[in-house]
Write a protein of this length. Sequence first.
Length: 435
Amino acid sequence: MTPRKKTTDEKPKITKPAHPKAVSPIPSNKTKSAASSSAKPKAASAKSQTQKKSAVERPRMYVRFSLAQRIEHVIMLLSFSTLALTGLPQKFPQAEVSLLIIRSLRNVETLRLVHHVAATVMMFGAAYHILVVGYKMYVERTPLSMLPAIQALLYNLGIKKSRPQMSRYTFEEKAEYWAFVWGAVIMGLTGFMMWNPITTSRLMPAEFIPAAKAAHGAEAILAVLAIILWHFYHVHLKIFNKSMWTGKLTEEEMLHDHPLELADIKSGFVPVKIEPSIKRKRQLIYFPIAGVLAAAMLFGIYGFIQGEETSITTIPPRVEQEPIFVPQTPTPLPTIPPTNTPSPAAAVVTWKTAIEPLFQQKCTMCHGQAAIAGLNLSSFADLMKGGQTGPVMVPGDSANSLLVQIQQTGNHRGQLTPEELALLIEWINAGAPEQ
Ligand code: HEC
């Protein structure tokens, strides 16, 4: 399209505001030198205006975001960044930079804690946002300026030929807002499932928990990319929009991005006027409802973070030397309660008859005279002395015997076959008789 055509496209549009009461949005000439622009139609020169900054006078500013909105944005910015910085290292634990971040917080436990705190902050932010939107909808009855606009969609799909004039929020801003809402819902739900695995497995098959983990990580990447590509491009690169910090936009910026809103402001058009008495009445209805809603959401957040111990702490604390990550192990045989005396009918497995020969064959080349890891397995007495970390066997309790635990990881340097391991477990559970 030639620039000329664009001009004719834009000009009639801008004089036809979406709001019935709005008058012509063409700005007054106050803010710029008359010579430079009075000859051209104002709407058509909107673009060139942004380039030629009027150096003559300080441009008129339009309030865009209240202090509360800007604080809300900062809180979301901080919690989002913290979530990304502490979440991605959990998704990519092998990466150098992940290790750097994990180490800078001492360990992965602290990292998870910080992640959870940031998530909690974001949940509070979301709850606050819901209450504010509720107030605007019920008490102030402001038009829902964030709703998706069909015109912009048709234009982006190529069905409509000219880009529609934007009002309070542009297509890009709406897309980002709804992406954030969508992301927050997905991350909240899947985060809940990982944070509360026991509750989750009561509500649905437990396979959903690893699925939630996968979704959480994938959505995280999507969200971070959306911020880096979409947000940074539209807010920092295409133009540098500082309104989230200063709270204001210049007239030029308003005309460029939000011509319809500017038109409304200039014409003094107020979408909804409410009598103070009506406002008071609505507040009297809304505040109790909001109070109940707030209490429910606080209760929900409390349940979310306090409802149960996380997947990590529900596992009993382990021996310190044990690796944190243990590859899949064969399911251990059920532990027989210690009071159970072995039935006399069963053939008794003893050190002499079964275990000593087994260890001679499989272990003593390392755990014999050489006593690797301080462990000598050549006699019953030596076995009972244990290894470098203390006792390796608790008679009657194979599950807590290092001897068994080490073998169950399945990759020890001297590895028993599953049958041999079962024999060892049977022996220990029977009280580890020597004779
Ligand atoms: C090829 C050498 C080798 C053989 C064979 C071997 N181990 Fe080990 N074992 C090691 C080494 C090395 C360590 C120390 C570090 C480790 O766990 O990797 C160790 C550690 C252990 C420990 C931990 C001791 C402690 O106090 O930390 C136990 C228990 C153990 N082995 C049991 C066995 C048993 C049972 C067998 C036979 C089925 C066996 N090992 C065969 C090399 C061996």
